[in-house]
Design a protein around this ligand. Structure first.
Ligand code: ARG
Length: 445
C-alpha cells in the first residue's frame, strides 16, 4: 500500500513541468527584484541556482523525488544556495505557480502540435498531387454513390486538419493569460508588477480575478477537447485505411511496417497501426470526461482535486504527438491501386445521378428524372445489364428525351471533370483547392 505522502504526490506526473517551473521562477524572482521586494544579490543567487538546476536537468541529472515538482525544485535550490532560496516563493503560492507552469508548458506544446499538423497536411497535399488522376467511388452510407478523384478525398482530411489547427490556435488565446501573482487565492499585499512578469514570460494578458485564476482549468478542458476533435478525424481516416487495404476493397497498399502478422494465421497482414490509433480515441475521450468530471461543482478556489488535471492532459498530449507522427508516416506510404479503384466505379450504378442530370438538362424536372432513372436501374438489375450496354432504344423506352449523346455522359473521366462547381471533385477544382491550402499553410508561417 502506498504511504499517505505518496498518495498525494504528483511528482511522477508533474516532473515534466520542471523546465516551465524554473523559467517561471526565474521571471518571478526578476520581478521581485525589480519591485524591490528582494535584493539584487539575493535575486542573483536564486537565478544562478535555478539556472544550474536547469542545466543539470538538461544533462540528464534527476531531481530528488518530492511531493510535487514545485517543492522538489525549491528544496533543491535551498539545498544548493542556502536559505536565501526560500525567498523565491515570496508573493506567490503553488496555486498560481502550478497553473502558470501548465500554461507555459502548453504554449510550447501547442506550437509543436501545430507544426505536426502542418507536416501531416503537407503529406496529404503531396499524396493528392501524386494521385491527381486516380478515380474512385465516393460513398454515402458506405454504398457506391458518385465517382470522385482520390485527391479530392485526401484533401477532405487536409481541410479537417486545417480546422483542427485553427481550433488549437484559438484555444491558445485563452492559454496566453498569466495567473502568477494571484498567490493562493486573494492576491498579495506585496507591491508586485504582474505586467512585468507577463512580459518576461511572453504572456499576452494577465488574469483579472485571483480566485478565478487559481481555480480555472477551462484551458485544459478546451485543449483536450481540441485533441478529441482532431482524433475523431484521425479515427475516420484510420477506419478508411483499414477498409481500403482489406481485400474486399483493395484500393490501397501501405508499407508493411505499418501492419503486423497473426500469430496463428500465416497469410495475414493486419492494419494494427491504424487500429491502435482508432483505439486510442477511447483514451483521449476518457481524458476529456475525466477533467470535466473533476471540475464539475468544484467550489472556489483551489482544491487538490485540480492536481488530477495533469494526468489527463499529458496522456492526451502524448497520444496526440505519437499518433500524428504515425499517421503521417503511414499515409506517406500509401499507394493507390488505380486499376482497382477504377474497376470499383463500375459497381453500384454509380452514374445514375449523371443520367438524371442529363434528363434535367433536357428540361425534365429533376424529381421526374430521378424516378425515370430509378426505373432504369431496376430494369438493369432484372436483365443483368449496365448503363453502358443498354441500347438507345432501351433508354427511349424510359424517356423519349434520350438521344445518342447520353453515351457521352457515361464516361467516368468526363463525369468527374464536369464536377466543376466550387469545391467540387473535377481536376481543375481539386488543383485549385491545393493552391488555396498551400497558400494557407504558407501564410501561417
Ligand atoms: N501539486 C499541486 C497541483 O498540481 C500543486 C498545488 C498545490 N497546492 C496546494 N494548495 N496544496 O495542483
Amino acid at each position: 500500500m502506498k504511504s499517505v505522502n505518496q498518495f498525494i504526490s504528483s511528482f511522477d506526473i508533474d516532473k515534466r513541468l520542471a523546465e516551465a517551473d524554473i523559467v517561471g521562477s526565474i521571471a518571478h524572482t526578476k520581478m521581485l527584484c525589480k519591485s524591490k521586494i528582494i535584493s539584487k544579490s539575493d535575486a542573483k543567487k536564486i537565478i544562478l541556482g535555478l539556472e544550474a538546476i536547469l542545466d543539470d536537468l538538461h544533462n540528464g541529472w534527476k531531481l530528488p523525488v518530492d511531493e510535487d515538482i514545485h517543492y522538489a525544485i525549491e528544496k533543491e535550490l535551498i539545498n544548493r544556495i542556502g536559505s536565501v532560496g526560500g525567498k523565491m516563493h515570496t508573493a506567490r503560492s503553488r496555486n498560481d505557480q502550478v497553473t502558470t507552469d501548465l500554461r507555459l508548458y502548453l504554449k510550447k506544446e501547442l506550437k509543436n502540435i501545430k507544426n505536426k499538423i502542418t507536416h501531416f497536411q503537407n503529406t496529404l497535399i503531396n499524396k493528392a498531387i501524386e494521385n491527381i488522376d486516380v478515380i474512385m467511388p465516393g460513398f454515402t452510407h458506405l454504398q457506391h454513390a458518385q465517382p470522385i478523384l482520390a485527391s479530392h478525398y485526401i484533401l477532405a482530411y487536409a481541410w479537417m486538419m486545417q480546422r483542427d489547427k485553427e481550433r488549437f490556435v484559438d484555444c491558445y488565446k485563452r492559454i496566453d493569460v498569466l495567473p502568477l501573482g494571484s498567490a493562493a487565492l486573494a492576491g498579495t499585499s506585496f507591491n508586485i508588477d504582474r505586467h512585468y512578469t507577463a512580459r518576461l514570460l511572453h504572456f499576452k494578458n494577465i488574469s483579472n480575478n485571483s480566485l478565478d485564476a487559481v481555480s480555472d482549468r477551462d484551458f485544459v478542458i478546451e485543449f483536450i477537447f481540441c485533441i478529441v476533435v482532431m482524433f475523431i478525424h484521425l479515427t475516420r481516416l484510420c477506419e478508411e485505411i483499414i477498409l481500403w487495404i482489406n481485400p474486399e476493397f483493395c484500393y490501397i497498399t501501405i508499407d508493411s511496417k505499418f501492419t503486423s502478422g497473426s500469430s496463428i494465421m500465416p497469410q495475414k497482414r493486419n492494419p494494427d497501426y491504424a487500429e491502435v490509433i482508432r483505439g486510442r480515441f477511447g483514451r483521449v475521450l476518457g481524458n476529456l470526461i475525466s477533467i470535466i468530471t473533476v471540475m464539475k461543482a468544484l467550489p472556489l478556489a483551489y482544491n487538490r482535486d485540480l492536481q488530477e488535471d495533469k494526468a489527463c492532459l499529458f496522456d492526451a498530449l502524448d497520444n496526440t504527438t505519437d499518433c500524428l507522427c504515425i499517421i503521417d508516416d503511414m499515409f506517406r506510404s500509401i499507394k493507390f491501386i488505380k486499376r482497382k479503384t477504377l474497376q470499383s466505379t463500375e459497381k453500384g450504378f454509380i452514374l445514375a445521378t449523371e443520367i438524371a442530370d442529363y434528363l434535367s438538362l433536357h428540361n425534365v424536372p429533376f424529381r421526374q428524372a430521378h424516378g425515370i432513372v430509378q426505373n432504369i436501374v431496376l430494369y438493369c438489375q432484372q436483365t443483368s445489364k449496365d448503363f453502358n450496354n443498354l441500347s438507345l432504344q432501351e433508354y427511349k423506352k424510359f424517356s423519349q428525351v434520350f438521344e445518342q449523346d447520353i453515351f457521352n455522359y457515361l464516361n467516368i473521366d468526363k463525369i468527374v471533370n464536369m464536377k466543376n462547381s466550387y469545391g467540387g471533385t473535377s481536376k481543375i477544382s481539386v488543383l485549385h483547392q491545393i493552391d488555396i491550402l498551400k497558400q494557407k499553410l504558407q501564410y501561417e508561417k
